[in-house]
Ligand binder design. Structure first.
Ligand code: GTP
Ligand code: MG
Length: 543
């Protein structure tokens, strides 16, 4: 085996008959695969022995090649029989960005049979990223290897350049489910795409897997994971986003297997929050949520590193540095919590003063992107920020709204809700959500055109319940009815006892205001009766 290290190839050859033979001879002798990694000068840098069916490459976690570039090493190994490249071979090719992978068949006399060669190429329109050469004996692989590899690298550099222009990060979205119904799954994926778009990430590809049980280590099965690795290379993505929340261990396993940044839906949402936060409160809350999310992951990283400590990877942050990191994160969390508590008290004071002035508070709540801010704008002719992105609003905004008879209310708009938010995240936004505690009535805004309406409604009510505000009176507002066929929005709203509006077009607002008056003041004046108001649920005047 040692002597393999002393072998070398002429720099202009991918492989030679003689070189191949030195590998197949050993393979025939020991009935195991034998492989070498060869650099561009033709020198052997690693020698590996596998078993009869596969061969393991050195673990290069930390030595990842830069994007758009090849590693400058090719894998030349033997197969016991005449067998094409395996999925493992192709995965190694993609993950390690090898110059090429060559499998040489070993014949019954221990001589080289055909060589199977694959190399990476920039993803073309057909999506092909792996190029196979026709199987031939190694002796016939006599093209100019140096030139061949140079052309490939130039092609990579070209595609890397074209995509750097005006494009954000690219991601593959992944969803692995067990048990969820197909239609529900579809909706969840659409939402994930929407979240990605809101974060400024472009979606290169979507991969889904449905299995009886999710794998506790990596969620997806071995084969699917290997496919994902190849696709990630093919699409030249920067990261992979899972719809399912990943445990720290899963996130690490996946990142290690793919040598790519792997995040989950929660992290994506946190990222959007971080991009949006403007107020001091908002910024502190996002940072707190991010740190709380990171802390257990730091601990996890530590376990990983001590395991790797014996071998490669000793150059990474050591045990001590991580301990320091963890302590610093904990200190920072404590500081942020103190500061937020201080801001919270200030806000509570402001709220009390407001309450003393006796203004009723109407809080707009609802799923993200339902049109809450648009409704605040429409009701109060104000210029709050509206955008077709999830979580456009992070900081609460309040505006006065005047009713007849000198009556005034305060309308507040705040961060939207979303399904399956981890409790830590909700906790981090306590300060903002507390704003809702002074609400006399919720205007619960629903995007009536959403295919997912019922679930969104339920998700919002669940969060309100969780923060102890499930008992506050609610006026259900079915917004965006202009996006539905005429009459449909109103009918749908009527089914749910909701007011149908189009905040954007200003339709249905009068009915909404009447309903508000009714809920706020009916008890002490019978307002509704006098204004001739009829509840929408009864179908009065709508449709
Ligand atoms: N067609 C139509 N679009 C609307 C209506 N109301 C809001 N929109 C659009 O929906 C998108 C989201 O509106 P926002 O008011 O920002 O929604 P939001 O609920 O405040 O969203 P977040 O703050 O992100 O939670 C914007 O593009 C609005 O123009 C409506 O009645 N009809
Ligand atoms: Mg908003």
């Amino acid at each position: 085996m040692e002597r393999l290290f002393r072998r070398s190839l002429p720099p202009e050859r991918l492989v030679t008959q003689e070189f191949a033979r030195s590998l197949t001879e050993i393979t025939a002798e020991i009935s195991r695969q034998v492989g070498v990694l060869v650099d561009r000068r033709g020198a052997v840098s690693h020698v590996m022995v596998g078993d009869a069916r596969s061969i393991q490459l050195p673990d290069w976690g930390r030595m990842r090649a830069g994007t758009g570039r090849l590693r400058g090493l090719r894998l030349i190994h033997t197969h016991l029989g005449d067998e094409a490249l395996t999925r493992d071979d192709l995965t190694d090719l993609a993950v390690l960005r090898l110059d090429a992978v060559v499998a040489i068949a070993t014949d019954s006399e221990g001589l080289p049979g055909k060589a199977y060669v694959a190399s990476l190429c920039a993803a073309n329109d057909e999506g092909a990223s792996v190029q196979h050469l026709p199987p031939t004996p190694p002796a016939l692989l006599d093209f100019d290897f140096q030139r061949w590899i140079r052309e490939r690298e130039e092609e990579f550099a070209r595609t890397a350049r074209t995509r750097a222009v005006g494009e954000g990060e690219r991601a593959i979205l992944v969803s692995v489910t067990a048990g969820r119904r197909a239609e529900e799954h579809e909706v969840a994926l659409e939402e994930l795409k929407e979240l990605a778009r809101s974060a400024g990430v472009s979606v290169a590809d979507v991969v889904t897997q449905h299995r009886p049980h999710v794998d506790p280590k990596t969620l997806m099965g071995e084969g699917k994971l290997a496919d994902l690795v190849v696709r990630a290379f093919q699409q030249d993505v920067d990261l992979v986003i899972f719809d399912q929340n990943l445990t720290p261990a899963q996130a690490r396993n996946l990142a290690e297997r793919m040598e790519l940044r792997v995040i989950d839906r929660t992290q994506l949402i946190l990222d959007i929050f971080a991009q949006r936060a403007i107020s001091r409160d908002g910024k502190l809350q996002v940072e707190l949520a991010q740190l709380k999310y990171r802390l257990p992951r730091l601990a996890q990283q530590d376990v990983g590193l001590s395991r790797l400590g014996a071998g490669i990877g000793g150059r990474g942050p050591g045990e001590q540095k991580l301990e320091v990191d963890r302590r610093r994160v904990r200190d920072r969390i404590a500081r942020l919590e103190r500061e937020l508590e201080h801001l919270r008290r200030e806000r509570a004071g402001r709220r009390r003063r407001r309450e003393r002035r006796g203004l009723p508070v109407l809080s707009i709540v609802g799923y993200t992107n339902a049109g809450k801010s648009t409704l605040l704008r429409a009701l109060t002719q104000s210029q709050v920020h509206v955008e077709d992105k999830m979580f456009a609003t992070l900081d609460p905004a309040s505006r006065r709204l005047r009713f007849p008879r000198e009556r005034e209310v305060l309308v507040t708009d705040t961060v939207g809700f979303i399904r399956d938010l981890p409790p830590e995240l909700v906790a981090a936004f306590r300060a903002t959500l507390e704003e809702l505690e002074s609400a006399d009535v919720f205007l619960h805004v629903v995007d009536a055109a959403s295919p997912d309406l019922e679930r969104r409604l339920a998700a919002v009510r669940r969060v309100l319940d969780e923060i102890g505000l499930g008992g506050v009176p609610e006026i259900l507002v079915f917004n965006q009815i202009d996006r539905l066929p005429p009459g449909e929005g109103r009918a749908l709203a009527a089914q749910h006892g909701a007011v149908a509006v189009s905040a954007l077009r200003g339709a249905g607002l009068e009915e909404l205001l009447l309903r508000v008056e009714d809920v706020l003041w009916a008890r002490d004046g019978g307002m509704a009766g006098r204004l001739g108001f009829e509840p929408v649920a009864a179908g009065g005047g709508l449709g």
